[in-house]
Design a protein around this ligand. Structure first.
Ligand code: ADP
Length: 551
């Protein structure tokens, strides 16, 4: 009985435990199931992450390769080195069997094999540019797969035995360089492309992966940019070399020209100096001869000799001065002098010839004109004598008036040079001189050329008066050196002429004492330094002559 009870209790207990277990299992089984599912899901996620990591790693690797290649390519600016480096680096990075570049040939109708990574490649071989495969590569900016047996891929002579290699080709744009011409590749334009061919090793069962193709595309663009930089650099270096050559040539030419100018000036100076003595002898002997008893015919002949030798002396002095002014070697001799005495010297010099032509000459020195001035007395006198000499030369009858005054800058406007603005400084003044004549005048068309040297030696007036067209050109240069200006005005032919000039002079404190030391009054027959002595030939009885001066 006891046994039966124990067994029953045990059975009941077992039943209760089984029930509890069954109840618990009902809750545990779904949990177990969801755990299994989650594990599966996590596994899938982990695999996906692995894949993504792989992609990221590949991209990083591609980026690193691109960076490395770009650095290698840009580290040089020689285009052959750029191309060679690109091919070698691409071959190494991608483990290529061959990497080659086809450049457009000079004719533009073919592509020429120009660079490879293998030295035994058939460099220089040509492929027609109009092949469909070439057009396909040119028309796409992606790396294109091409058949291993196409002409562009025939770089590597060694054939595969089992699996042919995978080959891709990509265009490399040769950028337009309008201002530059590359000697070996003259066909450069926006439409010009080179072709880069990349070959995987044969029999390796390797295929092109997308990130490798991406790398090829990026590198092709980098090569294009580096090539354009190299072309610009080459061109600018060539231009620099050319400029340097031109500079050397110019320098040599300048030295030669300077030597020629020096030689010319030396020659002129020597000739001038050597001519002075015989010229003076001719002038003084002719003057003496004129004082003797001569027939009218003989007098005319002697006067002609005198005129010609005087003209020759003036010409030789003018030419010397002009050449000195031309090379800048002429400098003013600045010293104090007596302005009033200088004008009386001028009068003394022009008096005889004016008298000879029966012209009346009036000189008016305005009262405010300072007596003492500082400047180049010799050159100033030369300007006045040139201008007055012209008036006498070009006037047949009537009168010549010379007015000298102290001018204000505003009254010194040259109608032909409105931009010229005279500026006064302390202790200086502008001497304005105006010479009016009733001579032949100047035509409107000749007026602008009066200061051009030799320009007038061929016109009818100048020929008639044996002019050489140097006097005014020379005067203008002297006036310029004295910070002044000179101009001519004429109403036209036959209506006389007015020459106006002004120069800047200093005001001297004690002019008279200094003047006597520096510029003693010139006697009529001595001339001013032998120049413009045309003013003094002929001791002819004085014609009507008027000299008004405040002196
Ligand atoms: P040249 O020294 O031969 O006289 P200039 O240079 O002094 O030459 O003068 C140039 C030209 O200007 C003269 O040939 C002449 O045609 C003209 N000319 C200058 N001054 C006068 C003037 N007062 N009257 C008429 N023509 C003048």
């Amino acid at each position: 009985m006891t046994i039966a009870v124990v067994l029953t209790v045990a059975k009941v207990a077992t039943a209760v435990v089984s029930c509890i277990t069954a109840l618990m299992l009902v809750h545990i089984i779904p949990d177990l199931l969801s755990f299994k599912l989650r594990e599966k899901f996590l596994k899938a996620k982990a695999e996906e992450l692995d894949r993504e990591m792989g992609i990221i790693r590949t991209q990083e690797e591609t980026g690193r390769h691109v960076h490395m290649l770009t650095h290698e390519i840009r580290s040089t600016l020689d285009r052959h080195t750029i191309l060679r480096t690109t091919l070698v680096e691409m071959g190494r990075t991608l483990g290529l069997a061959e990497c080659a570049l086809w450049m457009p040939s000079c004719s533009g109708t073919t592509l020429q094999l120009s660079h490879t990574i293998h030295s035994n490649a058939p460099l220089g071989s040509l492929v027609p540019i109009n092949l469909p495969i070439v057009s396909k590569i040119f028309n796409s900016n992606r790396a294109e797969r091409i058949p291993y047996n196409c002409p562009l891929a025939s770089v590597k002579t060694q054939k595969s035995r089992y699996v042919p290699p995978e080959v891709v080709a990509i265009r490399v744009p040769l950028l337009q360089l309008t201002n530059f011409q590359i000697n070996d590749w003259p066909e450069l334009s926006a439409k010009s492309f080179a072709v880069m061919v990349l070959m995987l090793p044969p029999d390796s069962a390797r295929k092109w992966r997308p990130h490798e193709l991406e790398l090829v595309e990026v590198v092709a663009d980098q090569v294009a940019v580096a090539l354009s930089h190299a072309a610009i650099l080459e061109e600018s270096m060539r231009a620099r070399d050319m400029l340097m050559e031109q500079n050397i040539a110019l320098d040599a030419a300048r030295r030669e020209a300077e030597m020629a100018i020096c030689a010319r000036n030396d020659f002129l100076a020597v000739m001038n100096h050597e001519m002075q003595t015989p010229m003076r002898a001719i002038v003084s002997l002719s003057s003496l001869l004129l004082e003797t008893k001569l027939t009218a015919k003989q007098r005319i002949m002697v006067e002609t000799i005198l005129k010609s030798s005087d003209l020759l002396a003036t010409l030789s002095n003018d030419v010397l001065d002009i050449s000195k002014l031309g090379d800048g070697s002429l400098e003013l001799e600045i010293a104090p002098f007596n302005l009033h005495t200088m004008f009386s010297d001028v009068v003394n010099l022009i008096k005889p010839v004016a008298a000879f032509k029966r012209l009346s000459v009036m000189v008016h020195l305005s009262p405010e004109l300072p007596t003492g001035a500082i400047g180049d007395h010799k050159r100033l006198m030369q300007i006045i004598l040139n201008v007055v000499g012209n008036s006498i030369k070009f006037t047949k009858e009537g009168h010549i008036s010379i007015t000298a005054s102290m001018a204000k800058p505003d009254s010194l406007r040259d109608p032909y040079a409105p931009d010229f603005h005279p500026v006064l400084s302390d202790g200086s003044f502008y001497l304005a001189v105006q010479v009016k004549d009733t001579g032949c005048g100047i035509s409107r068309q000749d007026l602008p050329h009066t200061f051009t040297k030799f320009a007038h030696s061929q016109n009818a007036t100048s020929k008639r008066h044996s002019s050489n067209g140097l006097g005014l050109a020379l005067s203008k240069r002297f006036v310029g050196l004295m910070q002044g200006n000179i101009w001519l005005q004429s109403e036209g032919v036959g209506k006389g002429c007015t020459t106006t000039f002004f120069v800047k002079l200093g005001i001297a404190d004690k002019p008279n004492a200094i003047l006597r030391r520096i510029a003693p009054p010139v006697k009529p027959n001595q001339g001013a330094q032998g120049q413009n002595s045309s003013m003094m030939y002929g001791n002819i009885a004085a014609p009507p002559f008027c000299y008004q001066s405040s002196v």
